[in-house]
Design a protein around this ligand. Structure first.
Ligand SMILES: Cc1cc2nc3c(=O)[nH]c(=O)nc-3n(C[C@H](O)[C@H](O)[C@H](O)COP(=O)(O)OP(=O)(O)OC[C@H]3O[C@@H](n4cnc5c(N)ncnc54)[C@H](O)[C@@H]3O)c2cc1C
Length: 329
């Protein structure tokens, strides 16, 4: 029986040799080797993004040890490898801090990507969260009162973790999505025309002086357009559906903060009305530029369909002074 170091002390993973190991060994030549099996004392957490780290720390505070599995080779790979250089948190820092550790007071209201990453590393160090990296979970199933979680672990192959509690913290933006647009995949695979997914976009510098088509008008699409403008490229944007664009700040206060405060006292539909009136005052009638608004208000839409409104940090202004074209599709 082999024992392993815990991710968050005092978790243990106990290797469980299976009953029929001996009989399996005899037929090893014909069949793939059986998975190594580990009993996790505590919870198993899938994903070492901000949510996975925070859950590990909160469980530990309650005396529950855990093991964190992460398919990448580092914590928060989305922030390390899939974000553009100019990215800052879209929300004020007090809404993005993890439990038990506020951001350092000298950080700005909207910390940069690098500051956020340094905060996450310090968080993992401070609370001794040590994820198992390059461990990709393939499946999880409930079996006689426990979870059996199958993972591919670099250097070990197929490993099965058996645990009482399972936390899936695999994120909502962890997988880049490439839509099935005719010709697009061919362009990507042959490299005939340069196509970059937002997850691979770093800066507009290589596109200086070029005409660039940006497909999609979420927070990433809008900010990429702004970055392209700042680097002297000429972006046009294709907007398929309706979208809510709100100013990031109103009269120096975060729009998000204002609506969180209002939502404590008022129904969502009323907060939505106020938000849209404020947005019209701050940004003007964005429908004139092809940015059609959905019938449901921004908060109701988020609640019902999970669609996040765009917080504008300057792209609308570029569309108004026609550096950037908004095109509806
Ligand atoms: C450009 C951009 C800007 C953003 N700005 C903000 C912001 O300002 N404020 C804010 O609060 N949020 C923002 N977000 C949202 C972002 O999703 C969160 O900040 C945060 O990363 C979510 O944390 P998470 O831990 O839930 O997910 P993630 O950070 O996505 O972490 C999920 C983890 O699970 C791992 N994983 C997935 N599948 C498996 C598997 N099968 N096996 C093992 N590991 C797996 C992934 O590798 C990843 O490390 C932004 C997102 C993007 C893309």
């Amino acid at each position: 029986m082999a024992q392993e170091e815990a991710a968050v002390a005092p978790a243990t993973m106990v290797h469980v040799p299976s009953k029929d190991d001996a009989s399996r060994r005899s037929s090893q030549q014909q069949q793939p080797p059986p998975p190594q099996q580990y009993w996790v004392n505590g919870a198993l957490i899938i994903g070492a993004g901000p949510a996975g780290l925070a859950v590990a720390v909160c469980l530990r505070e309650q005396g529950v040890p855990s093991v964190v599995l992460e398919r990448a080779g580092c914590i928060a790979p989305l922030w390390q490898h899939r974000t553009y250089t100019r990215l800052k948190l879209h929300l004020p820092k007090r809404f993005c801090e993890l439990p038990l550790a506020p951001f350092p007071p000298h950080f700005p209201e909207y910390p940069s990507r690098c500051q956020f990453l340094s905060y996450l590393h310090a968080y993992a160090r401070r609370f001794a969260v040590a994820p198992h990296f390059r461990a990709t979970v393939a499946s999880a199933r409930r079996d006689r009162g426990v979870w059996r979680v199958d993972a591919h672990v670099a250097g070990r192959g197929h490993v099965q973790y058996v645990c009482q509690w399972l936390v899936v913290a695999t994120g909502e933006n962890a997988e880049p999505f490439v839509p099935d647009i005719e010709g697009l995949r061919r362009c990507i695979s042959t490299g005939r025309a340069p196509v970059v997914h937002a997850a691979e976009y770093r800066s507009g510098e290589p596109l200086r002086g070029k005409r660039v088509l940006v497909v999609g008008c979420g927070n990433s699409g809008m900010e990429v357009c702004l970055d392209l403008c700042h680097h002297g490229a000429s972006p046009s944007m294709v907007v398929r559906g309706a979208v809510h664009v709100l100013p990031r700040e109103v009269l120096g206060r975060s729009t998000f903060e204002v609506f969180v405060a209002m939502a404590r006292w008022l129904p969502l539909w009323l907060v939505d009305r106020v938000l849209l009136a404020v947005a019209a005052l701050a940004l003007g009638d964005v429908e004139r530029y092809g940015l059609r608004r959905p019938a449901l208000g921004p908060l109701e839409l988020k609640k019902r369909e999970g669609r996040t409104p765009v917080l504008d940090i300057g792209a609308v202004d570029k569309i108004r002074t026609p550096v950037l074209d908004g095109l509806s599709a």
